[in-house]
Design a protein around this ligand. Structure first.
Ligand code: PMP
Length: 297
């Protein structure tokens, strides 16, 4: 995948610089120890034709919280970062895009605090997900990190070694994606997405505490309220999930994506007949600011 070409520009601490000329330090604490924080954001071409970043304040506030949780200085307001992001999108001529801000540490081989950090914002084209593919998911042999060992609610780079291991394991065994449990064996989340399941007209999702509280997860909860769909946050087992009518992952990049199966269990209800499918449609409409037409099933 080509993330950039010779014309691409990125934002680096207030400057627009060519992606092909931007440099990072090989002695950086972030590269060696995974000590950095980042965000994953999307922008869309709206139904009206404008370019809109979806929930930019929520994402940049989470970046600030992630940086604070990691004791990293971050000297930009959410407002500054949103304005910078629109500038990068415009310079790169992008509407449907993935936006990757990262706050990283200077050269430092010790574990000591830094008095400064760098902030970059990169963008590349990403079309909205069409939503007809269903995932074959595998229960991972890896668990999510213990929240007593990590600031699990921060989007910190180092946490993603766990995600990479789980995702590579699942794909290596012929599945599309992994489902990870938490340190207590309860369903937690995917490597880069939260999980919901549906049973008898109701939605269920793992409570916060052992997961990244996703902005898409919050949007799905919002949609459930709007569509009058009951939803319960709690602690669930993979057995609960196997007995569900349907399940889906949700995240900024994944949007809302249904499951075909978990391990050797296929979900019985056709995706098109599920409440989950209605939520998927409502999400697709919301991100492009299109009025949702309610279809009853
Ligand atoms: N969990 C993990 C581990 C993630 O990496 C992501 C993606 N940021 C999510 C959940 C979903 O979060 P969001 O909806 O904010 O993208």
């Amino acid at each position: 995948m080509a993330y950039y070409n010779e014309n691409t520009v990125l934002w680096l601490d207030g400057q627009l610089v060519k992606a092909s000329e931007a440099k990072t330090d090989l002695y950086g604490q972030s590269l060696h120890y995974g000590y950095a924080v980042f965000e994953g954001i999307r922008s869309y071409r709206t139904a009206a034709g404008t370019t809109k970043i979806f929930k930019p304040v929520e994402h940049y506030v989470r970046l600030q919280r992630s940086a604070a949780a990691m004791n990293m200085p971050l000297n930009y307001s959410a407002e500054d970062l949103i304005a910078a992001t629109y500038e990068v999108l415009a310079k790169n001529n992008l509407q449907d895009a993935y936006i990757r801000p990262i706050v990283y540490a200077p050269a430092n081989m010790s574990f000591n605090l830094n008095t400064e950090s760098y902030t970059a914002i990169q963008t590349w084209e990403m079309a909205p997900f069409l939503g007809d593919k269903l995932l074959r998911v595998m229960t991972s042999s890896f668990q999510r990190p213990n929240p007593k060992g990590f600031k699990i609610e921060a989007k910190a780079s180092g946490h993603y070694v766990n995600s990479i291991l789980a995702s590579q394991e699942a794909k290596g065994k012929g599945f599309d994606e992994a489902l990870l449990t938490d340190m207590n064996g309860h369903v937690a989340e995917g490597p880069g997405a939260n999980v919901f399941f549906e049973k008898d007209g109701k939605l269920f999702t793992p409570a916060t505490g052992n997961i990244l509280p996703g902005i898409t997860r919050a949007t799905v909860l919002e949609i459930c309220r709007e569509l009058d769909i009951p939803v319960e946050e709690g602690h669930f087992t993979t057995r609960d999930l196997s007995q569900a009518d349907a399940a889906f992952f949700c995240g900024t990049a994944a949007e809302v994506i249904g499951w075909q199966s978990l391990d050797d269990h296929a979900f019985p209800t056709p995706w098109k007949d599920t409440l989950s499918r209605q939520i998927q449609q409502a999400y697709k409409d919301k991100v492009i600011e299109k009025q949702t037409e309610l279809v009853t099933i």
